[in-house]
Ligand binder design. Sequence first.
Ligand SMILES: CCCCCCCCCCCC(=O)SCCNC(=O)CCNC(=O)[C@H](O)C(C)(C)COP(=O)(O)OP(=O)(O)OC[C@H]1O[C@@H](n2cnc3c(N)ncnc32)[C@H](O)[C@@H]1OP(=O)(O)O
Length: 221
Amino acid sequence: MTSRFPDAGAVGAGGFVRDDTPTPEVDRREAVMASLAGTVRELVDATIRTTVADDEVHRVRDELALLVDRLRAAQLPGPAGIRYNAEFRAWNWGNAVVGAANAIAPPLEVVHDASGCHADVVLGAAYEGPPGLVHGGVSAMLLDHIMGVTASAMRRTTFTGTLTMRYRRGTPLGPLRLEARIVREEGRKVFVVASISDAEGVTVEADGVFIQPAGTPAVDG
Ligand SMILES: CCCCCCCCCCCC(=O)SCCNC(=O)CCNC(=O)[C@H](O)C(C)(C)COP(=O)(O)OP(=O)(O)OC[C@H]1O[C@@H](n2cnc3c(N)ncnc32)[C@H](O)[C@@H]1OP(=O)(O)O
């Protein structure tokens, strides 16, 4: 088996970083950060939907500014990236779709199943495009991610090459299901189809070509 992991601290193929933080410590910190992000996510929703008076908005803003300063007391020099330890525990806490520390991420919880991947998610006011409907770019972002994870199949790195969307009808904010599966592979190219559905059926369909960049090994390759 070919290792895909570089030395600890080094940046490997695709920008993935080997990090020897023990899994229990990763799990502990992830839970702490997910707790913070969950409250910030509530803050985002509350900010969009609040109707309190201007003075109260200004007071809340001033208190929040102090909290931002406290978090900035110790910061990474850049984005969080994707890290792996020797047990293949991966963490990408800043990811736009699944990042545990990212309040902008819904976050999507991707489940691997017999045919590919699926995810159940509830999208609120922060993801609105047309009135009461999910923004088309948000739909594309979520599908891109679950399709990329499906193409990677936990054994190789793939990047989106081409992604085609078909918006069949508006996707309502609220509970949704995403599904993705591989339809065929040709060399380094993986062809994936996916959909978003509400209780009435499919709202968005997507097909994409995901490519394993030249020089990146599969775990079993
Ligand atoms: C917790 C951990 C989670 C980890 C999992 C995380 C999952 C994240 C999921 C999110 C996915 C993303 O958003 S990824 C981010 C968005 N995507 C990107 O930024 C990708 C930017 N583009 C690139 O890096 C590159 O162009 C690649 C990797 C796509 C291809 O480069 P390459 O490897 O040099 O490819 P190349 O040799 O030229 O071509 C190989 C074959 O692919 C074809 N090909 C090349 N480009 C394309 C293309 N855009 N669309 C279709 N097909 C293409 C060629 O014709 C060729 O076919 P043939 O001649 O062999 O037939």
